[in-house]
Design a binder for this molecule. Structure first.
Ligand code: NAD
Ligand code: 89V
Length: 343
């Protein structure tokens, strides 16, 4: 099969990882890039040897013959760019958070469905190899039927130096980081019927919440707690590890700091090191996330080749995005929120 011709829109902080990952991936390459900022366009174009450079996404779509577009801008531009891709019938990857609102996200899914265009949200955390290892244990049946889960991300890492916009939004940790944890909870324990949320802002220099605790009822009867914090100072900084506890009818799974996976089942306990590989272009502690970028982008290429729906398709991500909206509604009202009312 001929290599797929892709374009990247948005050449900012995180896009560099996506560009590195595209170089590692079989079956696709980036032939053009776009950023409304000339400096970022030049820096990323020079770093990755891309000569076709556009300031305006409309010109990119009009001039290039593309098999897909990878949107790595921040949320406010996602809807117009995804809808532009749908108009040009170009399959599209969109970074998380999918959109500023659930109404926008639904409209984007509809625009792509109406145009017959594949749409994947770049929701990469579930593709981290330690998270995939947890899922593999669940699938093996070793712990029986899961009835409780805890998905935890607690850190004091300074995310604002690399992503200054995170300090300015009225919404912060649920929309930016909790969205990944909520998606992991769905990935491991299934869709959710009800969520109850409490939030706090500990850092006085930011506009949004930096602590969130969410209690969820899953449709299969399991209960989970998703907790995240950027105000938690620990002896050894765990960023960006997601820690997981799952209790099942026959045993337990614990993914502990340092990528240590402990599985207890009927035949005893096994402890495994599930550390992600350090790719040649990656840097600690981001290597965990960087590896997952390769995995999700390879999944996209495989799905396009086979004509199958990506695991984190736009339609799938509406379920995760609805949890974000529901969490903010519940944090404001102090009431549980039913997901069916939003979807
Ligand atoms: P950034 O601000 O550093 O980069 C965004 C770039 O997009 C900027 O260079 C900007 O000029 C450009 N841009 C914005 N609107 C545009 C438009 N209409 N046309 C062309 N260019 C446009 O942001 P970032 O930190 O790289 O984050 C980008 C996205 O990636 C965000 O949605 C963020 O949440 C997400 N992100 C995801 C992960 C992950 O692990 N999945 C990690 C970090 C960031
Ligand atoms: O994954 C993300 O979306 C990033 C970070 C890990 C820093 O929260 O914004």
């Amino acid at each position: 099969m001929a290599e797929l011709r892709g374009a990247l829109i948005g050449c900012g902080f995180f896009a560099v990882n996506q560009m590195h990952a595209w170089r590692d991936i079989e079956g696709a390459s980036i032939v053009a890039i776009c950023d409304r900022g000339p400096d970022r366009l030049r820096i990323v174009g020079d770093q990755f040897g891309i000569t076709k450079r556009y300031i305006d996404a409309a010109e990119l779509f009009a001039d290039e013959s593309l098999d897909f577009v990878d949107i790595a801008t921040t949320a406010p531009s996602h809807r117009p760019l995804v809808e532009m891709a749908a108009r040009y019938r170009v399959p599209v990857i969109c970074q998380k958070p999918f959109a500023p609102t659930l109404a926008d996200a639904k409209a984007m899914v509809k625009a792509c469905a109406d145009a017959g265009v594949p749409l994947m949200v770049h929701e990469n955390f579930r593709w981290q190899s330690p998270i995939q290892a947890v899922r593999a244990v669940l699938d093996s049946g070793k712990i029986g039927t899961p009835f409780f889960g805890r998905i935890s991300f607690r850190s004091a890492h300074d995310v604002f130096s690399g992503q200054p916009y995170l300090a300015k939004g009225k919404r912060f940790i649920i929309e930016d980081l909790g969205i990944h944890s909520l998606d992991i909870a769905r990935f491991l324990l299934g869709d959710v019927s009800t969520i109850t949320t409490r939030t706090a802002r500990i850092n006085p220099d930011i506009a949004g919440e930096d602590v969130a605790t969410m209690l969820m009822d899953h449709k299969n009867g399991a209960t989970s707690v998703v907790d995240c914090s950027y105000a938690t100072k620990l002896a050894v900084e765990p960023f960006p590890e997601t820690l997981i506890e799952i209790d099942g009818s026959d045993g337990t799974i614990r993914l502990a700091q340092g990528y240590r996976l402990t599985v207890t089942g009927k035949s005893g306990t096994k402890i495994l090191d599930v550390s992600p590989p350090l790719l040649p272009w990656a840097s600690r502690p981001w290597h965990n996330i960087q590896e997952s970028v390769v995995a999700i982008q390879q999944h996209w290429v495989d799905c396009l080749a086979k004509g199958t729906e990506p695991a984190t398709s736009g339609a799938d991500n509406l379920q995760t995005f609805a949890l974000v909206e529901a969490a903010y509604l519940g944090a404001a009202s102090h009431e549980p929120v039913h997901l069916d009312a939003l979807l």
